[in-house]
Design a protein around this ligand. Structure first.
Ligand code: ZN
Ligand code: ZN
Ligand code: ZN
Length: 129
């Protein structure tokens, strides 16, 4: 349990984990926030050039992540969708892990011993019928 809390941080505590990929607002690559960006200068969101988006002179948008005709922060970006699916899979794995019952350990809980015994008696009654 504690391992998961470290791995997923605040997401694990939230009722609904966020499936929004982390995108850098400086270089528009996925997987790191702006604070961890290694890029020295701003990258254009529109064309991926070495200038700020406001100074862009490009006619059309060209995504720096997938080379398609949209801005780098578009939710239609294939790279964005790919990242989102990865996150959703991690969330799915994580939530299904919590739901998995652990029958071997429940027997050791004193409060559950009663349930275990009555279940056992039911089983014996079935045999008498
Ligand atoms: Zn970056
Ligand atoms: Zn540009
Ligand atoms: Zn794209």
């Amino acid at each position: 349990m504690s391992n998961h809390s470290i791995r997923f941080g605040l997401c694990a505590e939230a009722a609904k984990p966020s499936d929004t990929p982390v995108q850098c607002q400086q270089c528009f690559k996925f997987g790191h926030p702006r604070e961890y960006c290694r890029e020295i200068q701003d990258i254009c969101r529109k064309c991926g050039g070495n200038h700020t988006t406001n100074n862009c002179t490009a006619n059309g948008a060209k995504c720096l992540n997938c080379s398609d005709q949209h801005e780098a922060n578009s939710t239609l970006c294939l790279k964005y969708i790919e990242q989102q699916q990865k996150i959703r899979k991690i969330i799915d794995d994580y939530t299904s892990e919590i739901k998995v019952p652990a029958p071997m350990t429940t027997i050791n809980f004193p409060s559950l011993t009663k349930t275990y015994h009555s279940a056992h008696q039911h089983h014996q009654a079935d045999e008498y019928l």
